[in-house]
Design a protein around this ligand. Structure first.
Ligand code: KIV
Ligand code: ZN
Length: 535
């Protein structure tokens, strides 16, 4: 295929198609393996927002969590199961009856549920982590899959540390899992150790040696410790995998999981070299990536493939000249094919409530009357302060508004005195449980003064671990989107805030984090998934 045809194919807003036997299922584990990584935890509302976008993307399976790990995880899987209609919803369980029963309890309301059960099969994991003989592990594979299949018609079995497992033992376990009723067999590269040729040969070996292999879909799950997660996934497709487990922006344990957007676009752009295809609508990729970054505060590195800020930027004169003559000279896919559109001027200060509501609906938001009124009032303030209001401004503003439902503490007003002659001061008004409270504080700079004022109004012991500012659009009048991470007694929360005034955005973000902490404090159950994984 010529480069021009490639670019045109990649620009098509529709999902890819191909031969049915080359279709690869996308199993998204952003809400489980991704969320499990330090600093990436999300609350229930955030998980539901991510799940909706994953469904919009057209992923086949959403792994919503690990129900036994905590009450919070159970609730998240349960609510995602109720919400999602088109994608399948999976819940993770170790190879025990208790885990599997809990996963099933959480998954029951799903239109199409899947129990995903796993056990380690490598000599290293069996000896040191499980402290189980191979024969016991083999029996646990049979017992766990048999039990899961009694509850749920769709069961996936994973051989944890599969790429470091002895082939004979792996073949026996895979055969037994399929015989017990697993219809998907996942071979994780748990520690990101394998290389493309090796994983290709591993999947081929399973297809050649396991007698009942045609009764199951083979799946790859690659971690990125050597930066090979995506390359290994593509090699696994060549070897026979027809499901891939991946995450948005490649978040996940340690160096992360294979990035979904990279797999999807590699298959789209290089369809000539790889016949495989997915059901993902690639034009929703940017939306999903931005939502996840703003929720977790994990910004994407600027040069990250597909979703980095520089992925479609052309700085050098030679490149710009080439681009003007023909975009295909330096672009192998169009920005539009991943949903990156040019900033469009949307509304002005004279726009009415109806136009505002219609625009939000076209961006995928449908707000209740009260939220719409609040968002409209903030839009009017923004349109007064900022010359041009773009789609991105509205998304930031509404995302900010949507996160504020049921808040205990609310931002009201503030006044800052700052500059070279200190001390910097802040007069702050917050509403705490419906009552207006005010404080005056000084600080080492305006942000410090503002955060000290929050402390005076709402005393707490949380430590500020991260403070990050991001400009929503270009220009000096751009809105600031601030992310704040607070930590208290091992519990971490992220807060976001947006405003055309960076200091107001900072206070909004801090207050947002505080509200999440209040909710998290109220939970009594341990909510450390990693802890449960180690047990
Ligand atoms: O990396 C891994 O082995 C996993 C399994 C639990 C599927 O995440
Ligand atoms: Zn994993």
């Amino acid at each position: 295929m010529s480069t021009e045809t490639q670019a045109a194919a990649a620009a098509s807003p529709t999902v890819q198609t191909g031969r049915p036997e080359d279709r690869v299922k996308i199993f998204d584990t952003t809400l489980r393996d991704g969320e499990q990584s330090p600093g990436c935890s999300m609350n229930l509302q955030e998980k539901l927002r991510v799940a909706s976008v994953l469904e919009e993307l057209g992923v086949d399976i959403i792994e919503a969590g690990f129900p036994i790990a905590s009450n919070g995880d159970f609730e998240a899987v349960h609510e995602v199961a109720k919400l999602v209609k088109k994608s399948q919803v999976a819940g993770l369980a170790r190879a025990t009856k208790k885990d599997i029963d809990r996963a099933w309890e959480a998954l029951k309301p799903a239109a199409s549920p899947r129990i995903h059960t796993f056990i380690s099969t490598s000599p290293l994991h069996m000896k040191y982590k499980l402290q189980m003989e191979p024969a016991k592990v083999y029996q646990a594979v049979i017992d766990s899959v048999t039990h899961a299949r009694k509850l749920c018609g769709d069961v996936e079995w994973s051989a944890e540390d599969g790429t470091r497992t002895e082939h004979d033992f792996l073949c026996r376990c895979v055969e037994a899992a399929i015989k017990a009723g697993a219809s998907t067999i996942n071979i994780p590269d748990t520690v990101g150790y394998t290389v493309p040729e090796e994983i290709f040969a591993l999947f081929q070996m399973l297809r050649n040696r396991v007698p009942n292999i045609d009764k199951a879909v083979l799946s790859a799950h690659n971690h990125n410790d050597l930066g090979l997660g995506v390359a290994n996934s593509l090699a696994a497709f060549r070897g026979g995998a027809r499901q891939v487990e991946c995450t948005i922006n490649g978040i996940g344990e340690r160096a992360g999981n294979a990035a979904m957007e990279e797999i999807v676009m590699a298959l789209r752009v290089r369809h000539d070299a790889m016949p495989f295809w997915t059901g993902v609508d690639s034009t929703k990729i940017t939306k999903a990536s931005r939502l996840l970054s703003s929720i977790t505060g994990f910004s994407v590195q600027p040069n990250k493939a597909i979703v980095g800020a520089n992925a479609f930027a052309h700085e050098s004169g030679i490149h710009q000249d080439g681009m003007l003559k023909n975009a295909a000279t330096y672009e192998i896919m169009t920005p539009e094919s991943v949903g990156l559109t040019k900033s469009s001027l949307v509304l002005g200060k004279h726009s009415g409530r109806h136009a505002f509501k219609t625009k939000l609906e076209s961006l995928g938001y449908s707000l209740g009357d009260n939220q719409l009124n609040d968002a409209f009032a903030r839009f009017k303030e923004l349109a007064d302060a900022k010359k041009d209001v773009f789609d991105e401004d509205l998304v930031a503003l509404v995302d900010d508004e949507v996160t504020r439902v049921n808040d205990h503490v609310r931002f009201q007003a503030m006044r800052i005195l700052c500059g070279t002659k200190g001390p910097q001061t802040c007069d702050l008004d917050l509403e705490v449980e419906g009552k207006r409270r005010s404080a005056h504080a000084t600080g080492n700079g305006p942000i410090d003064a503002a955060f000290n004022a929050i402390h005076l109004i709402y005393p707490h012991d949380a430590a500020l671990q991260l403070y990050q500012v991001h400009a929503v659009t270009g220009g000096t009048d751009a809105q600031a989107e601030v992310t704040v991470r607070l930590e208290e007694n091992g519990k971490t929360v992220m807060g976001q805030g947006a405003d055309h005034d960076t200091l107001v955005a900072s206070v909004r973000a801090y207050v947002n984090a505080l509200n999440k902490l209040i909710v998290k404090r109220a939970r009594t159950a341990p909510d450390d998934v990693a802890e449960a994984m180690r047990a």
